[in-house]
Design a protein around this ligand. Structure first.
Ligand SMILES: [Zn+2]
Length: 357
């Protein structure tokens, strides 16, 4: 199988069409002015987790800064079969599995109860198995987006992908993220278990420049890094979450949570943590943090307006009222020694604006 892909060498800004195939040695590609290269399977990494019909952005340990972007699902799946690290999940996998195994063997409510009592939800959030977080994240995403259309404009998705890559470039420790845009008529964004982030189409439509979207995205990545949504789940469900990890379930936990939206409305402390982590990310990526400030100001102007009926339950998750003014005050321009670099080109921004149309 030979398919077309895009290659950035990490040195020049231009992307180049290459033709990609898989063989025993690794992923091979060549193209105009690019002699055949082989990326060994074990050195492959990803910027974002693979999702069907979304561009799959790959990195390689042998070629820092280079990116290969696959848009062919069959090839992506075959590749994941050969390079299992691309399946997703990035840390504590073993520990999560051990926890599930120990719990399963013991089959004991007492052990689960002990863990819940001994470990703070924030700590417990870091030992939940990745497979479980992925499953639960999927269910939360489905429940929260309530059948709203997923926005898949190819140029828009590619621009979004470039934005995620910009954040990842300054922050090599960032886990692979799934960032999806849904055509929902309110301005909001959410972080969910399993490194998932949802942004509404309305938020992108209302933004005046890409730095505003990048600011919100960085804030949500802050929630992801701190595993706030997982911790909220632990708080909301207590023992049930451990039972559901033991039995390999997931959906049961979610359906017993009174409201997914309640689960995702964080405390002011958690919001402040996400702001701090997000601002740190923006600085390391040399992205102007004033975009986040501008976005908060847009939200502030909206507060107090009645929210749209059907989406009421998710209409206030970004701006935890009150406190937006305090959060705005914490945001300052980049220090003088860091020159802001644009998040994307003008064309990419126009494409992102149209991702839902
Ligand atoms: Zn938040």
């Amino acid at each position: 199988m030979k398919v077309q892909a895009l290659y950035f060498d990490g040195q020049t800004a231009a992307d180049r069409q290459v033709s990609v195939s898989l063989d025993a040695a690794g992923l091979q590609f060549s193209g105009d002015g690019i002699t055949t290269q082989t990326w060994r399977y074990d050195g492959l990494g990803m910027v974002e987790r693979y999702h069907r019909a979304h561009p799959f952005r790959l990195t390689h340990t042998d070629q820092q800064g280079a990116r290969l972007i696959l848009s062919d699902d069959a090839l992506a799946q075959e590749l994941i079969a050969r390079a299992p690290q691309l399946k997703g999940g990035f840390s504590l996998k073993g520990q999560g599995r051990t926890l599930a195994w120990v719990c399963g063997i013991a089959g004991s409510f007492m052990l689960a109860g002990y863990l819940v009592l001994q470990m703070a939800p924030q700590t417990l959030a870091f030992v939940l198995p990745d497979s479980w977080r992925e499953r639960v994240g999927d269910q939360v995403e489905t429940s929260l987006t309530e059948g709203a259309p997923l926005c898949t404009g190819p140029a828009g998705m590619s621009a979004l992908s470039a934005m995620v890559a910009r954040l990842a470039d300054g922050n090599p420790d960032l886990p692979p993220l799934s960032v999806h845009v849904y055509n929902i008529p309110i301005m909001n964004a959410f972080a969910m278990p399993g490194e998932r982030i949802v942004i509404t189409g309305e938020l992108i439509r209302r933004a005046n420049r890409p730095e505003q979207v990048a600011g919100v995205l960085a804030h949500e990545v802050g929630h992801v890094l701190k595993r706030h949504s997982e911790a909220q789940l632990v708080r909301a469900t207590g023992l049930q979450i451990l039972l559901s990890v033991m039995t390999g379930g997931g959906g049961d936990t979610i359906s017993t949570v009174a409201s997914v939206a309640t689960m995702l409305s964080y405390t002011r402390e958690a919001e402040a943590e996400a702001d701090d982590a997000g601002l740190a990310l923006l600085e390391r990526s040399a992205i102007d943090p004033m975009g986040l400030k501008e976005f908060f100001e847009i939200i502030l102007a909206e507060e107090g307006k009645p929210s749209t009926g059907a989406w009421r339950k998710i209409s206030s998750a970004i701006a935890t009222h009150p406190g937006t003014e305090d959060r705005i005050k914490k945001i300052h321009p980049l220090p003088d020694n860091i020159a802001a670099r644009p998040v994307m080109t003008g064309d990419q921004w126009q494409a992102l604006k149209k991702i839902c149309s």
